[in-house]
Design a protein around this ligand. Structure first.
Ligand code: TXA
Ligand code: MG
Length: 318
């Protein structure tokens, strides 16, 4: 069983020995291994039960180091990196051969991010290699936002989870690329479109396709709880289920139609960032509770509300 701890040196020792560990970041916890070591990378795919056609994000701690992994950084990408790294933004850049093909699933671009988490940054600064890290959940399930979530789900397969507290952003990074010239967002996430557009102008969003070759991980079944989730009102759900069998994921207000203990409120003040931070833990709690179905509210389509809604739509039962 994985040990949970705050010992950065211990995490470093495991990684240098080629092991895979749980890594805290501000978005979600990662399942991290030496990105330059194909055996460690293979292990990540195995532990996560992830198909090898779904590429991994490479994490590092400085733009100087990024230069050694990529052949070039387009000018708008550099402006984003300088403004928003460390932070919840992943940029697709043309890779150098030092990055194993396994990491990018054979694609020419590598996804790179500098996470904004003090413990992750401290660890990355101590290492002489970058860390490949997908979210530390079994493939297709809800992403983890605490060390406990990681240990509960993957603990029997990894030696250590570095505990950096609850992730403060709570939703995965935004993925952006400049492959076809202009900026394209392939996954909505912790960095809002508003902020990106303030630096690079209008960006197009292409994250809803289920057959998107640029981000093959964006399958519509992603981020799903095991219980069916519907984007329905309590009234609609009550047509088919008893109140005590219904779980509610609400944005900012309770309903009187469903027992209180079956309800998770994401932000009582109606703050979309707070809602994003609480989303995955709330979904997990409902999934583990004694209900048969989960119903969810969509958030206002602004700021992080857009990324939360994207996750809810993907999780929704069709
Ligand atoms: O916030 C995050 O990004 C977290 C933390 C741990 O950093 N990581 C994360 O990784 O969400 P993962 O593997 O769950 O999602 C990465 C997504 C996948 O959908 C994958 O398809 C896409 O990034 N991706 C990775 N490398 C890519 C590449 N070279 N080209 C296109 N898409 C890529
Ligand atoms: Mg993931």
């Amino acid at each position: 069983m994985a040990q949970i701890g705050t010992d950065v040196q211990k995490a470093k020792d495991f990684l240098e020995a080629g092991k895979v560990i749980g890594l805290p970041t501000e978005t979600v916890y990662g399942l991290a291994g030496n990105a330059l070591n194909p055996d460690a990378v293979l292990d990540i795919f195995k532990v996560k039960n992830r198909p090898s056609f779904d590429p991994l994000i490479v994490h590092t701690d400085s733009i100087d180091k990024v230069e050694s992994f990529v052949t070039r950084i387009p000018e708008p990408a550099r402006r984003l990196a300088e403004r928003f790294w460390p932070g919840p933004l992943t940029i697709l850049l043309p890779k150098k051969p030092i990055i194993p093909d396994l990491v990018t699933s054979g694609l020419e671009n590598v996804a790179i991010r500098i996470p904004n988490h003090p413990m992750a940054l401290k660890l990355l600064a101590l290492l002489d290699f970058p860390l490949a890290a997908p979210s530390a959940n079994p493939f297709g399930y809800i992403s983890p936002t605490t060390a406990r979530h990681v240990a509960d789900q993957l603990g029997d397969q990894i030696p250590y989870v570095l505990d950096g507290g609850s992730s403060t952003v709570g939703i995965e990074s935004t993925i952006i690329g400049f492959v076809e010239g202009g900026p394209i967002v392939y996954r909505l996430g912790g960095m809002t479109l508003e902020k990106l557009e303030s630096i690079v102008g209008k960006v197009s969003v292409r994250s809803h396709s289920t057959s998107n070759p640029k981000a093959p991980g964006m399958l519509s079944s992603h981020y799903a709880p095991r219980k069916p989730l519907f984007l329905k009102t309590p009234e609609q759900a009550l047509a088919t289920h008893k109140p005590e069998r219904i779980g509610v994921l609400a944005f900012d207000a309770m309903t009187r139609l469903i027992p209180l203990e079956n309800q998770q409120i994401l932000s009582v003040t109606g703050d979309v960032s707070e809602a994003a931070k609480n989303l995955f833990a709330a979904l997990r709690a409902l999934d583990q509770s004694n209900v048969d179905v989960i119903i969810a509210d969509l958030l206002p389509e602004t700021g992080l509300g857009r990324a939360v809604n994207d996750r809810l739509r993907r999780a929704a039962f069709k």
